[in-house]
Design a binder for this molecule. Structure first.
Ligand SMILES: [Zn+2]
Length: 500
């Protein structure tokens, strides 16, 4: 970091933080509303430019500079500083972000005599039963990705250079410092986890690959996408029961979702509506949209329960908190609450009671293997991203990406994905933290209310209490408030081992 300026008088800082808190809320609200209208199929275009323009001073280097001398005891400061710096970085790279998104929506490839859009390829790959055709399709996808990579490289050049101008030693350092992610500790926990779970993961992987008639020595990432798509379980999860199932589960926790006037369940069919459920917290807690196009299947159930977890968290957040603690802060927290509700869909008691599934063992085995895969994948992504963003030139990292992911996952990853498989701001770390916190929250609920906590309105009341804090506490602080020493992968690792 560059030398800090002298702290400003605290009165000035207070008014600066007051103003930024208000403006951040207005900006996020306008942006979320625009995304909601577009993705719910009510508006074809997505006009982000005017919103950025109206709030241009939020993301100016002057604002970042002014925040340097912020009062470290003000609880709003860390979240506002992170919001402003990331906005500043994204602002610098916005034309490249738009160019990449344009390529992703317009690129296409020829397959079976038809032009297939780039973004439709992953779904085609995960539904392709023939391994040879699957690998070919994935090769085409990787070629298109490679063609887009010069734009991604340029975008990372800009993000990295902007982080340096703002005084950080590297992009990784900026993310770590702003989000208090403790990436070094997280890396250590994840290296141990990768090591400890290696043999259990390999033996399950090989058994599953043999079941698909894929030679484990020749397996590719696309084979795993096909394995996890697993349409054989879709009949358990009917479209007709989906919404009733959610409403009944919330009712047991003491939440009458049909009378909640701040959560709007948008189930109306529209031609351009996103097929995947999503939550748009336009004003927290007063206007939270839960959007869904019910089509059934395990993915749809999991997506809806996940998004409902976000929606309930935001809808129960205390409105008296500043926006920095309602809408900003550590997203690992809202993700953990989303995973808490999503986890019901893999609870055997819940599955039997709500969906009448008497023997979910095969489904559960695969789901738990999928969780183990995801955890290992994100652990490997974290190790990779620390190298990618650690300082040196990212252009030299494509082989390293493929080597690390392939070695950790036992299936060939393509070097072409070395930038497209990376989210901004070390979001991989947020997910890892969220998975750990979710298992800890669940263990806490079981300890307080028993294995069937999700049928107990008192557990619902406890969750609402936690939700009311919004994102005032980081995931590690929240874990401490629940009686743990901090974020710990132990409960999750144990669970994944015992469900072998
Ligand atoms: Zn989420």
């Amino acid at each position: 970091m560059v030398a800090r300026r002298k702290p400003r008088a605290s009165g000035q800082q207070t008014s600066l933080l007051d103003r930024l808190d208000r403006e951040a809320e207005a900006f996020d609200s306008a942006l979320t509303r625009e995304y909601y209208l577009n993705r719910s199929g009510q508006k074809d275009d997505l006009k982000l430019e005017p919103i950025f323009h109206r709030h241009a001073d939020l993301f100016s280097p002057e604002t970042t500079e002014a925040l340097r001398g912020g009062d470290p005891t003000d609880p709003r400061l860390p979240a506002l500083r992170e919001f402003v710096v990331f906005g500043c970085l994204e602002n610098a790279a916005r034309s490249l972000t738009e160019a990449i998104s344009h390529r992703e929506t317009t690129d296409a490839t020829l397959w079976d005599g038809e032009q297939v859009p780039y973004r439709a390829l992953s779904s085609l790959i995960s539904n392709e039963a023939d391994a040879g055709r699957r690998h070919q399709l994935d090769q085409l996808r990787a070629e298109l990705t490679a063609g887009q990579n010069p734009l991604r490289e340029e975008r990372w050049d800009v993000l990295r250079a902007t982080a340096l101008t703002l005084g950080y030693g590297s992009y990784a350092e900026a993310c770590d410092a702003l989000g208090s992610l403790c990436l070094k500790d997280l890396r250590q926990q994840m290296e141990t986890f990768l090591w400890d779970s290696e043999s259990g993961y390999r033996s399950r992987l090989e058994a599953y690959l043999r079941g698909l008639a894929v030679d484990p020595g020749l397996a590719e990432r696309s084979d795993l996408a096909y394995l996890f798509r697993s349409p054989q379980f879709d009949h358990f999860f009917s479209r007709e029961q989906l919404i009733d199932c959610l409403l009944a589960s919330l009712r047991e926790l003491g939440i009458d979702a049909q009378r909640q006037n701040n959560v709007h369940l948008d189930t109306e069919p529209r031609p351009h509506k996103s097929p995947r459920a999503f939550c748009a917290p336009i004003r927290i807690p007063d206007e939270v949209m839960l959007v869904i196009s019910p089509h059934g299947g395990q993915d749809d159930y999991r997506a809806l329960f996940h998004e409902a977890g976000h929606a309930q968290h935001f809808a129960h957040t205390d409105r008296r908190l500043p926006y920095a603690q309602r809408g900003l802060g550590d997203n690992s927290v809202t993700e953990a609450y989303a995973f808490t509700l999503e986890h019901l869909v893999v609870n055997p008691v819940w599955l039997e009671r709500r969906l009448g599934i008497a023997d979910p063992s095969e489904y559960l085995k695969l789901t738990y293997f999928n969780r183990l895969y995801m955890l290992r994948r994100y652990a490997a992504k974290l190790l990779y991203e620390l190298e990618l963003h650690g300082g040196e030139d990212h252009r030299a990292k494509s082989k390293r990406y493929a080597d690390l992911l392939t070695a950790s996952l036992g299936a060939r990853y393509s070097p072409a994905d070395y930038l497209s498989d990376v989210d901004d701001g070390f979001y991989c770390a947020r997910y890892l933290r969220a998975w750990m916190l979710e298992a800890q929250i669940r263990r806490y609920l079981v300890g307080e209310f028993g294995e069937r906590w999700f049928e107990n309105p008192k557990a619902g009341a406890r969750l609402r209490k936690l939700w009311s804090w919004g994102q005032s506490h980081r995931a590690d602080e929240l874990a401490r408030r629940l009686g743990y020493d901090g974020l710990d992968i132990g409960p999750l690792a144990e669970e994944l081992q015992t469900t072998d």
